[in-house]
Design a protein around this ligand. Structure first.
Ligand code: NAP
Length: 248
């Protein structure tokens, strides 16, 4: 079977590391991005240098129409998807609950939750043996925040990842007999540009001491767990979570 992966938010951070590692393991890769075309093209170039196929597709995971178009592009250009990594995620400025309004909740949930649901739907329609597919794997990039709650920083983001955890549990059971495994990783403090969106680019170095291993993690360390969950080595694992968080 041709291995074809879609990585949402694959232009930077954990998504870019996952896309590259997937190519090293034989996947053709669709690198989705929102705005940063140059970064997405950079990932595609690196993959092509490895002798693998890759395409960059701009699509907003908060838009159902964009998600549907993304999957149709992949059908046409790469073939039927076999692995989906629901990685695109956003957070906003650090604040207590008193600073959160409905518009912010709508933005955060649209990308982190609705995006993961609609992408998963499109993947199931193509992977499920019930729909004539050959099976596949989905990995959701949740966060340790779903269980810690992110007090004083972004409870909204933490709650959106709680929804991603429930999606993982429910969908895993729903499609378990149809050749699809659904799992999640829950990263802790990872060195990426995401923390700048919260207003604190150096956050990992401030909080890393809270992790028993006393360091932040790398995007590659998260990518390794994602690729393992998608591999045949994890063939009897579904509805499971790997915390990639230095013990926290
Ligand atoms: P990042 O460095 O900020 O990269 C975010 C990626 O998502 C970029 O490729 C960005 O595209 C894309 N993106 C953002 N909104 C999008 C949208 N609406 N539609 C499509 N793509 C979108 O983030 P990261 O730290 O690698 O985070 C990746 C995932 O890991 C997220 O789900 C995050 O919640 C989770 N996570 C991260 C940490 C951490 O410490 N970093 C911890 C726990 C969980 P552009 O390049 O076009 O902007």
């Amino acid at each position: 079977m041709n291995k074809i992966m879609i990585v949402t938010g694959g232009s930077r951070g954990i998504g870019a590391a996952t896309a590259l590692m997937a190519a090293q393991r034989g996947y053709s890769v669709c690198v989705n991005y929102l705005h940063n075309r140059a970064a997405a093209d950079g990932v595609v170039n690196s993959i092509e240098k490895l002798g693998r196929r890759a395409i960059a597709v701009a699509a907003d995971m908060a838009s159902e129409q964009d998600v549907v178009r993304l999957f149709e592009n992949v059908d046409k250009e790469l073939g039927r998807v076999t692995a989906l990594v629901n990685n695109a995620g956003v957070l906003e400025k650090q604040t207590r609950l008193e600073g959160i309004d409905a518009a912010r909740l709508t933005r955060v949930f649209a990308t982190n939750v609705t995006g993961a649901f609609i992408c998963s739907r499109e993947a199931v329609r193509r992977m499920s043996t019930k729909h004539g597919g050959e099976g596949g794997g989905i990995v959701n990039v949740s966060s340790r925040a779903s269980q810690i709650g992110s007090p004083g920083e972004y409870i909204d983001y933490a709650a959106s990842k709680g929804a991603v955890d429930s999606l993982t549990l429910g969908l895993a059971k729903e499609v378990a007999e149809e050749g699809i495994r659904v799992n999640a990783v829950r990263p802790g403090f990872i060195y990426t540009e995401m923390h700048a969106s919260g207003g604190e680019p150096g956050r990992v170095d401030r909080v890393k001491a809270f992790a028993p291993m006393k360091r932040g993690g790398t995007a590659e360390e998260v990518a390794s767990a994602i690729l393992w969950l998608l591999s045949d080595e994890a063939s009897y694992i579904t509805g499971a979570f790997i915390d990639v968080s230095g013990g926290r």
